[in-house]
Write a protein that binds this ligand. Structure first.
Ligand SMILES: Nc1ncnc2c1ncn2[C@@H]1O[C@H](COP(=O)(O)OP(=O)(O)OP(=O)(O)O)[C@@H](O)[C@H]1O
Ligand SMILES: [Mg+2]
Length: 382
């Protein structure tokens, strides 16, 4: 497609000749003609940025000609050559947007060159804007389409997860009930070997139940976002409550469970159930992966960064440096706990991360610990 920067129409050949001389040094693609039809023909085949026409022509006035162009090719920038007598008409045409500028005859060379240059720049700029707007429009359409697709996928997965959880939970509950009845010897005595097998079955049913609950919990958090009940709580009291609950398990494993709480911490805005869930999982992990020694829960006020930091330290097997990037990812289990019944699902830390992020905090594992491991999280304070 041929592009002409400026087409100049005048029925006087000597005017065209002097204009040719004037624009000789300009680096535009120029086209000179005495014939309006030729310009219309070129426009139908290619692109013309600026049309400059004389008002006085045979068979048609310049304004009529330029109006025609504007009607069919609205992007073209029009310039009108006119004598003083036609001034009012030219002004009307400018006001109606059909003509960009008019030039009085006889013209001033520098003024004319500058007007033509401005007209070409105007065309280029509008073209650029049009392309940009077109691109934005295209991107918008694409985004709307993707958004719709995502929403459909999101809805489908939401239904899938909750249906699946329901379909799994119901038979699982009936298996658990049946196991309980048999284990209570309601239908006759069971021997040690049978009891052993039934215990194993129950452990696995419980594990499966935990897995379903965790998956549901996580997908609910991922799909529905923060559904937290924020209130101001004494953080140290929440920690103490979790410790009291977990102590029997620690004692059972022969481990100490102690605290080092910063008394400067006062009330913190949090969802107490969810923070309890995080502490439960971190302390539970620490107990699961520690054979000797014990667990210390530390709270600390970081007034400078306007946050509190809670760490759960243990004297257990620790986590090799190379495995740290695998933590906080779904279903990542790096080590086997000492007891099979303590085997988890590998979702605990992912859920913790989600909860802490929804509180506006961070969760991490302290690097460079020689013995055991230390999991920490922060909670912002106002
Ligand atoms: N205190 C710890 N010491 C050593 N390894 C740990 C500790 N905490 C977590 N890990 C490692 O990180 C893995 C992931 O922990 P996470 O809490 O996500 O899952 P889980 O405890 O295995 O199962 P779940 O919590 O879902 O029941 C664990 O399986 C373990 O390999
Ligand atoms: Mg865990």
């Amino acid at each position: 497609m041929k592009t002409i920067d400026v087409a100049i129409v005048d029925d006087e050949q000597n005017v065209l000749n002097s204009l040719k001389r004037l624009f000789r040094k300009e680096n535009y693609e120029l086209f000179f003609t005495t014939n309006c039809e030729k310009v219309m023909h070129l426009l139908s085949e290619g692109e013309i940025k600026v049309v400059m026409s004389d008002q006085k022509m045979i068979g048609i006035t310049g304004i009529e000609f330029l109006k025609n162009i504007k009607k069919q090719y609205p992007r073209v920038v029009n310039i009108l050559f006119t004598g003083y007598a036609d001034m009012n008409m030219a002004e009307d045409a400018i006001n109606e947007g059909e003509v960009y500028r008019f030039v009085n005859k006889p013209w001033n060379d520098d003024d004319l060159k500058s007007i033509v240059r401005q007209a070409v720049d105007k065309y280029d700029l509008e073209e650029k804007n049009r392309c940009l707007a077109e691109n934005i429009n295209k991107q918008n359409k694409k985004l709307t389409f993707l958004n719709k697709k995502l929403k459909n996928m999101y809805d489908a997965q939401k239904v899938f997860t909750s249906t699946l959880a329901h379909e799994l939970r119901t038979p699982l509950a009936s298996i658990r009930m049946a196991l309980d009845i048999v284990m209570k010897q309601a239908f006759g005595e069971i021997n040690n070997k049978q009891e052993d097998l039934l215990n194993k079955a129950k452990t696995n049913v419980n594990r499966l139940n935990r897995l379903i609950n965790d998956i549901l919990d996580l997908s609910k958090m991922e799909f529905e976002g923060a559904q937290l009940n924020f209130e101001k709580y004494e953080l140290n009291s929440i920690i103490q409550g979790v410790i009291d609950n977990q102590r029997p398990l620690a004692v059972e494993h022969g481990l100490f469970l102690r605290t080092r709480l910063d008394q400067k911490i006062s009330k913190v805005r949090l969802d107490s159930d969810r923070i309890t869930q995080v502490l439960d999982n971190l302390i539970n992990n620490a107990i699961k992966f520690t054979v000797q020694g014990g667990i210390t829960v530390i709270s600390e006020l970081d007034a400078l960064k306007k946050q509190v930091i809670i760490c759960v330290e243990d004297t257990g097997m620790g986590i090799p440096e190379k495995d740290i990037p695998k933590l906080f990812k779904k279903f990542q289990q790096l080590a086997q706990p000492q007891t099979q019944s303590a085997k988890g699902t590998g979702l605990g830390l992912v859920i913790c991360k989600e909860i802490i992020h929804q509180h506006g905090g961070e969760i991490w594992i302290k690097a460079g610990i020689e013995h055991g491991s230390s999991f920490c999280f922060s909670l912002p304070i106002k």
